[in-house]
Design a protein around this ligand. Structure first.
Ligand code: GAL
Length: 421
């Protein structure tokens, strides 16, 4: 054998030996990681997730937790990125969705694994409320694990601003809100702060709820309330009047700066879900009832417009076993009690450690558990409408906000309901 050939073989052998640990360590890394996708990043959004991830890491020290987050309230950016990953068969191991009809497309197009056996193994049917289990069940099976219950129908304010304006209490109806708004404007402030389009839809659902009442609101989604009827027309007119006294033309970039306008006193109210609590109490460190306060959105006292964040197991997940471990963390009492006090929500489970829920959250828990409370589902956050109808509503709402044509909006939403069901 020539010397040159021997030298070449030695080189190849050395290169192979050098490459071996690399190959094995990279495949070990790939096996021992789990990618979880959500939109919980930024102030008021990521603290709850971080607490649950820390607990998961403690229990699984050899697992690399890949926290794949995309910013933008209500998943406004995350949902589009997730859709393209699912389409390209490049799913994260587990991803965030809402309980309700939002997950229906993923189920029907085979993107998510049936978790019914995990529910049986963990005894979850006994610890989640029956109404929530109904919302999680699609075609007889359950495909996601809920971490929380959020409330959408809330109006946030700074009590010092109300006092300075001579307003005794937040408005109990939208008519009262409009009365207050007239006086607020005379005193040089914006009655209502808004953010991007999803916050305008969030406002729309609370105006519809406040104006139509719980039965009328529920009927919008199950077909019993006609979108073309006079009550809905009146409620939509109210919505346009509410928009007219808001800052919609120079709306904030997301829900946190929307709330900032209220806390700084340039605007008086914001309608927003209770993730606001995490931002105001924990990020901003404002004092409950002296620096910030909250009430049911006008006309909705005694009604709880709910939504629930849930995690899935993707079909084609690279690390299904670790994803299941993540789901067990999400569904556990410990995980939920770590997550929720920091997220501004209450556990989906019925057995939380109630001593952990203070201030707004204590009220929230009491309302959620009160048998007299009427529970309805959120439109904006995935409960009551499938994705196809919801996105038609988005398009129609964009036009409504521009042109104020309530009859056209109602007719379109009604027609699209039939076309997309
Ligand atoms: C909702 C989600 C909440 C919160 C909020 C603002 O859709 O369910 O957990 O993150 O968006 O981003």
């Amino acid at each position: 054998m020539s010397q040159g050939r021997i030298a070449l073989m030695v080189l190849v052998a050395v290169a192979l030996i050098a490459a071996l640990p690399l190959v094995s360590s990279s495949s070990a890394t790939a096996q021992d990681q789990v990618e979880v996708f959500s939109w919980w990043t930024g102030p008021g959004e990521d603290e709850g997730l971080a607490a649950m991830v820390e607990e998961f890491r403690k229990a699984n020290p050899d697992v690399d937790f890949v926290n794949a987050t995309v910013s933008g309230g209500a998943g406004s950016n995350a949902k589009a990125i997730l859709a393209s990953r699912l389409l390209a068969n490049d799913p994260p191991d587990s991803y965030q969705r809402h309980a309700g009809l939002e997950l229906q497309d993923d189920v029907r197009s085979g993107k998510v694994v049936d978790l019914t056996s995990l529910y049986d193994a963990e005894g979850w049917r006994q610890v989640f409320p029956p109404g929530l289990l109904d919302n999680l069940t699609i075609d007889g099976k359950i495909y996601s694990v809920p971490v929380n219950i959020h409330r959408a129908n809330l109006i946030w304010y700074n009590p010092q601003t109300l006092q300075a304006l001579g307003i005794k209490a937040p408005p109990a109806s939208w008519t009262e809100f409009l009365d207050q708004a007239a006086s607020i404007r005379k005193q040089g402030k914006t009655p209502l702060a808004l953010g991007p389009q999803w916050t305008q839809k969030h406002l729309l659902e609370t105006v519809l709820l406040g104006e139509l009442g719980a039965d009328g609101y529920v009927g919008l989604w199950n077909g019993r309330t006609s979108w073309r009827g006079p009550e809905v027309a009146r409620a939509l007119e109210t919505y346009m009047k509410v928009l007219a006294v808001s800052d919609v033309k120079s709306a904030a970039a997301d829900w946190q700066p929307q709330l900032d306008r209220v806390m700084s006193g340039s605007a008086v109210y914001a309608v927003m879900g209770d993730w606001s609590y995490a931002y105001l109490a924990l990020t901003k460190r404002l004092r409950w009832e002296s620096q910030y306060a909250v009430a049911a959105s006008p006309g909705s006292a005694g009604v709880f417009d709910f939504l629930s964040d849930a995690f899935t197991l993707s079909v084609g997940a690279r690390h299904p076993d670790l994803a299941r471990k993540w789901l067990v963390e999400c569904g556990s009492r410990v995980g939920q009690d770590l997550f929720n006090p920091r997220k501004g929500s209450i556990p989906a489970r019925t057995d939380p450690d109630v001593s952990l829920y203070h201030e707004y959250l204590a009220w929230d828990l009491q309302q959620w558990r009160d048998p007299k409370t009427r529970i309805v589902g959120s439109l904006t956050h995935g409960v009551v409408a499938n994705n196809a109808w919801n996105s038609e509503i988005d398009t129609a709402l964009g036009l409504l906000v521009q042109n104020g044509d309530v009859a056209k909006f109602a007719a379109t939403v009604e027609t699209k309901r039939r076309e997309t069901s």
